[in-house]
Design a protein around this ligand. Structure first.
Ligand code: CA
Length: 221
């Protein structure tokens, strides 16, 4: 899951980024509405955590503008504790969920997963693909009921492919899922992760379309 954090408070932003990464999520952190716009233009994100008090534009106004522009990305807003009017206005502005500060990181992650799951139309959290089972919330993978240990990046590549069954993803698109846009990435990084996934999960799972990218192989009926 690639999370965009929009938060101008250094302490909160830093804690969120470090915490979400420790829980296995790919994150980018921006401090202004303008850079949030740029980030959404530049990279693929699954979900946004949005603070309402931003220096250049009110978070609520930013969210309203995104919805007017047809941006459907799930958004969770961070509100001051017990600020009921904020919550109501946020939901009316197009937020999908809200959390009051201070909040528990594991609750935040659970809610983000639930938003992403809802957005992708899956009712339950588990992704089952033939003998492969993937739990995005717990970051657990098993093959024929045997647990398989994957790195954070490998998990992110696998999740991106599984969430787009049959769709071809270019190395650039996969990189967007796996790395923050500010991270330095080796040009062959995605190919290395795919290689490792094949080694751990079997060579048949991920198909290479030469010169274009990768996709999950169709299950044989
Ligand atoms: Ca703020």
């Amino acid at each position: 899951m690639h999370v965009l954090i929009v938060e101008d408070d250094d302490l909160v932003g830093d804690g969120l980024k470090a915490g979400l990464e420790a829980l296995g999520q790919t994150t980018d952190w921006v401090r202004t509405a303008a850079t949030a716009d740029t980030a959404l233009e530049l990279a693929h994100f699954d979900v946004v955590v949005l603070d309402l008090g931003l220096p250049d534009q009110d978070g609520m106004a930013l969210l309203e503008r995104w919805r007017r522009q047809g941006r459907e990305i799930p958004v969770l807003i961070l509100t001051a504790r017990d600020a009921v009017p904020d919550r109501v206005a946020g939901l009316e502005a197009g937020a999908d969920d809200y959390l009051a500060k201070p909040f528990d990181l594991s609750e935040l992650v659970a809610r983000l997963h639930s938003l992403v799951r809802r957005a992708s139309g899956r009712a339950i959290n588990l992704i089952q693909y033939g003998p492969l089972r993937f739990d995005p919330a717990k970051l657990e993978v098993s093959l024929d009921d045997r647990p398989v240990s994957l790195s954070r990046r490998e998990l992110a590549v696998l999740q991106a492919l599984l969430q787009n069954p049959g769709r071809l993803l270019t190395p650039g698109q996969l990189q967007d899922h796996v790395y923050g846009w500010s991270e330095g990435v080796e040009s062959n990084a995605v190919a290395v992760h795919v290689h490792n996934l094949r080694r751990k999960l079997g060579g048949d799972l991920i198909e290479t379309v030469r010169g274009l990218g990768y996709r999950i192989r169709k299950l044989s009926p």
